[in-house]
Ligand binder design. Sequence first.
Ligand SMILES: [Zn+2]
Length: 462
Amino acid sequence: MKLVEDSLTHWLAAADELDAFDVALALPAADDGERAVLARVRLLLLAGRPQEALVLLSRLHITHLPTGPATSWPDLLLAACRAASGDPGAYRWLLSAVAALPDAWQLLYLVGAAAEQCGDYGTADQAWTSLVRAHGVVTGFTLARHIGAVVARRDQRSAATVAQAMIDVVEQVVAADPDVHTHPQVFRSAAGYLRRRGDQAGAALLLHTASNRLPDARGLPAAPRRRKLLDLTHIPLLAPAASLAVWTDWPPLVLTGAVPVLLVHRLAAGPEGDAALRAVARLRQGPAARGLTTENRIVGAILLAILLTGAVPVASVLARSVTGRADAIARTALHAVVSGVAYAIIMAMLTAVAAALMAVARRHNWRSERHRRQQADRHRLTDAGDCRCWRSSALAGSYAAAYLERHLVSPTPVGWLPGARLARCPTTGTLWLATAATETSEVMLLRGAGQPAPAPAPGGYL
Ligand SMILES: [Zn+2]
């Protein structure tokens, strides 16, 4: 048990390194000295419980902010907890104290938590973004807030720019976190951050983009259905125009059918948020799917016009073979109506063939993406059986699960933390605590103390 007691401080530091505040708070306290209490105060603040933090500070008689320029860590903690509880004076004090210490990244956590909890999201965004971008502190906690900040500041000039911003931010996370395909918690946290600041549209857009990009991920809302090139609902709108084109013997007249199709589109388009949702739906076709350029659209429209026009004489010939009479009937209403029906059948068949081809391409794209990812995962986890207990203090995700299974031995459940297990390194004897993140089931490994090392012999080079 001595080793467990010695490990408590290490586990706390390791959980803190992963920003797993709930796990850190659930660990038994190693001691009740001032340092340990202040560490707990900080964790309570970051976990969104500043009132409890203030109670602990008052037990240490830390209740007044100094008036002079001198600042200490307990004063900064007190100011941050008060600011998070809604004290504007303490918030001003905190920001002016931090302004005098610009390079201390640990203070960005205090500013971020205090600003977020008192509703000053502009400042909170700066603190979280600075931690991720300038200081390289990338954890699930900081990354979710950083991408929430990016989404909140999206350029809303057009649906296309919004959609591109969403795709870029999701790709950034996919590149940073190899486990996001199975554990997309970071997107749910970012959506929560956006909802708390009242940006419901941003939260919905982010979740929809993520679910389109990560079709295998559980816990994301179902992706919207992708719009087909020529929807089946458009065909009845085009058929009367085809009848008219046959009746007047002028096939290009079928293009007047595009007017009701475009009107229906316009009516169904809704607000800009919906347009951006449909724009990101192109990701359903595969992770490499990119937006269409103006040239692509023009070429596509010309090809579609040729197809729509060319099908009119074909439908007319088919109608003639059904009605059984030759040229005399060419301009009668009956012939035009039968041609319209034949035209609708031809279009429905072409649409079905196009949809089937798109589905085959989509399945192929996703299958190759999954294959590439599995290969990359295998490569990433090849060294999970080798001892890295001498250089890693905390591990999370699939690498932690593989390390627990392949390297650590004799896992035993612990009574004081539900679901947690203790495991040992067979090489160094280091005691690891295996637990799971509170909101996901992702494995988290926290390094504890090792076997006491023999003292180096005197007179050696060390
Ligand atoms: Zn080891």
